[in-house]
Unconditional design. Structure first.
Length: 310
């Protein structure tokens, strides 16, 4: 149910490694439909139909039975913030996982960012293909020129928006009595750097610079500055994750003018009492759908709720 709600909002799931895993085993297609009502009582009917097509999944998006592109569909949809135990990997995991987290957030509040990022990633694959296949230096430089200019344009937008969000986070450092900060380790894509890397890339047959190599460092600033990813305790790493997620909620609300849905996937099982209370305080402010085996925790909330037992 939780994955169905997430998918109808974003057009993709959060658990599966391949999109085809969203479709029931041995079935060729699936249909997800949901009705959303705004505070002003406007009602929207959303639908996503998925069909296997070889190794890919074709998706058809509809709003009130009218077909939409994914881009247009997202303009109508609400937003959601997902909490899962796996969120800790934003802190402890690989740079690609951190990039994915921030890219997904920024794409949800800035459709232009999603477009520019997609442009960049597609063009990067094309540029790498040129590096792999063209051996003549003059021809290689000529064919790379178009992609280099295109990548600089789209990459600069991606980098600028990542920088803006890092600045936002550093303007909102506090979580209870803890102070966090984040450093953006950007890998800029520019014509000058490409010129300097040409001989290396010619040998590697791969693009060696750009936002696809960015990373972020998160620090706990109390007493001394400590890199939470490397030196933080498990509790401090979870606090850093909450700091990011709480700012994600506020950002969603500020950028869209709407309160996001909170989707909580069995997050209580690994939290201490203090963090459980933090989560419960959010439930009292936002519409929330959660899964848990600890039903007694629901008594801590003052919100009216419906419980589905499985």
């Amino acid at each position: 149910m939780l994955e169905g709600i997430y998918t109808i909002i974003f057009g993709e799931g959060f658990r599966e490694t391949k999109e085809e895993e969203l479709i029931t085993w041995e079935k060729e297609r699936c249909n997800i439909a949901a009705s959303f009502k705004t505070q002003s009582e406007d009602r929207f009917e959303f639908q996503i139909m998925m069909r296997r097509n070889g190794d890919k999944v074709e998706k058809v998006y509809s709003v009130d039975k009218a077909k939409k592109t994914h881009y247009s569909y997202l303009q109508y949809q609400t937003r959601a913030v997902l909490f899962t135990p796996d969120n800790i990997e934003i802190i402890t995991g690989s740079p690609s996982g951190r990039r994915h987290y921030f890219d997904k957030l920024l794409s949800a509040v800035d459709i232009e960012y999603k477009k520019k990022l997609s442009n960049y990633e597609n063009a990067l694959r094309r540029r790498n293909k040129v590096l792999e296949t063209v051996r003549n230096d003059i021809q290689l430089m000529e064919e790379l020129q178009f992609w280099d200019e295109y990548l600089v344009e789209n990459g600069n937008y991606v980098t600028a928006k990542r920088e803006d969000y890092v600045k936002y986070l550093n303007d909102h450092k506090e979580l209870d009595d803890r102070i966090f900060s984040i450093t953006y380790l950007k890998n800029e894509f520019s014509k000058q750097r490409l010129k300097e890397r040409f001989d290396l890339e010619k040998r590697m047959r791969k693009t060696s610079i750009g936002p696809q190599k960015d990373d972020y460092e998160i620090h706990l600033e109390n007493d001394i500055s400590k890199n939470v990813q490397l030196y933080g305790s498990r509790s401090e790493q979870r606090l850093a994750m909450f700091w990011l997620k709480l700012n994600e909620i506020v950002t969603m609300e500020e950028r869209t003018g709407k309160k996001p849905l909170l989707l909580l996937d069995d997050v209580f099982s690994e939290l201490d009492i203090a963090n459980k209370k933090r989560v419960m305080s959010l439930i009292d402010k936002y519409q929330t759908i959660l899964t848990t085996t600890e039903e007694e925790l629901l008594e801590m909330s003052e919100q009216s709720m419906e419980v589905i037992r499985l």
